[in-house]
Design a protein around this ligand. Structure first.
Ligand SMILES: *Cc1c(COP(=O)(O)O)cnc(C)c1O
Length: 366
């Protein structure tokens, strides 16, 4: 079986974890501090603040922007549910633009149409490892006086015109088990704003700057050294990991390029994709048979695949009839959720695996 994702930790990670266990500092300590330093460097941000998961990093990012009830956040309709849940947890109202099939991300035009007088934040999601159009979204934010919070949970190290994902405002990352970099559960906020970084550090630790000196009503959002120990060796080899992902993506594109009606993912000019997922759009007439395509890939060919995501993020009963979830038209996202299918692109594929994946998809679609 070729799985859609593989979690593999190195012997060095084991050693570092044992070091932490023996050190007696098993909560937040020097390993978290080292991870923050090195992650800031990877992203090209001045500050990085580690937290306990990616959803928390989104919530905390919104919390330090002092949103008031009724303030609005404009985001993508095509994302993991954490994006929406974080907006609601922060007490804001969610509005949605639409996406482009070029990069599966929120478009500046649709975001602009969703902006109202109450909008305070643009929250693009850099889905599958490629950034949104940050020139267009940056211009919109500038023009309308909006803050940017990037949901970069899938885009560690991705760049837009040489600038790292997570450096356009507040950047929010996840280190969940299946992400490109992992601590099992974990998150990080990056920013070039020293004041916001300081406030995030205080918020993360019960609103406390010095022992029992509380400045705000905070929370416990801390990451542990045991979690940080797992990811430090991954940072050493992340460049190689990305080289493999990029080579796998390029080969898949070569092998699948002539399949009728199949839309392949592309790396747009000026952007460096980190290939968290390789996501195709099935031929329109095959979309309704996606479940059986997945089953045949698995049962007849031993190839894992996944649907990220099967519905627009608000298309669930629990979000209907909520005043803080304002649903607009998103015809592109509505089509993409029916047709999308992700196939393995991770760094642990052999070149034979990549051929098998492409051959299998071809056969199943033939
Ligand atoms: C994984 C993910 C999150 C949430 O991260 P967790 O660490 O699972 O809380 C948020 N947004 C997107 C787009 C994600 O893929």
């Amino acid at each position: 079986m070729i799985p859609i994702s593989v979690v593999r930790l190195s012997p060095q990670a084991e050693e570092l974890a044992v070091d932490v266990i023996r050190s007696g500092t098993i909560a937040q300590g020097p390993k978290v501090a080292e991870f923050e330093r090195r992650f800031a460097e990877l992203v090209g941000a001045e500050h990085a603040v580690a937290v306990n998961n990616g959803t928390t990093s989104l919530v905390a990012s919104l919390q330090v922007l002092d949103l008031q009830p009724g303030d609005e956040v404009v985001t993508s309709p095509f994302t993991f549910v954490a994006t929406l849940n974080a907006i609601l947890e922060a007490g804001a109202t969610a509005r949605f633009g639409d996406i482009s099939t070029d990069d599966f991300n929120l478009t500046p035009e649709s975001a602009c149409a969703a902006v109202t007088d109450r909008t305070k934040v643009l929250m693009p999601v850099h889905l599958y490892g490629q950034t949104a159009d940050m020139t267009g979204l940056g211009a919109l934010a500038e023009e309308r006086g909006l803050r940017i919070v990037e949901d970069a949970a899938q885009a560690h190290g991705a760049t837009f015109e040489g600038r790292g994902a997570g450096t356009f405002g507040l950047g929010s990352f996840s280190f969940y088990a299946t992400k490109n970099l992992t601590t099992g559960e974990g998150g990080m906020i990056t920013t070039n704003d020293a004041d916001l970084a300081d406030r995030l550090r205080v918020l993360r630790n019960q609103g406390m700057r010095q022992r029992y000196q509380y400045e705000v009503a905070g929370h416990n959002y801390r990451m542990t050294d045991l979690q940080a120990a797992l990811v430090l060796p991954q940072l050493d080899s992340y460049g190689d990991n990305l080289t493999k992902r990029r080579a796998n993506a390029a080969r898949l594109t070569e092998l699948l390029g002539d399949v009728d009606g199949l839309v392949l993912p592309q790396q747009l000019p000026g952007r460096e994709h980190v290939w968290h997922q390789y996501t195709v759009l099935l031929p329109e007439e095959r979309a309704e048979h996606r479940e059986s395509i997945i089953e045949r890939l698995r049962d007849e060919h031993g190839v894992g695949s996944g649907v990220y995501y099967p519905k627009t993020v608000y298309d669930y009963d629990c979000y209907r009839d909520r005043e803080d979830v304002v649903i607009g038209d998103a015809p592109v996202a509505d089509a993409v959720v029916r047709r999308c299918l992700s196939i393995p692109v991770h760094a642990y594929l052999s070149s034979e695996d990549v051929e098998t994946i492409a051959d299998s998809l071809r056969k199943v679609l033939a």
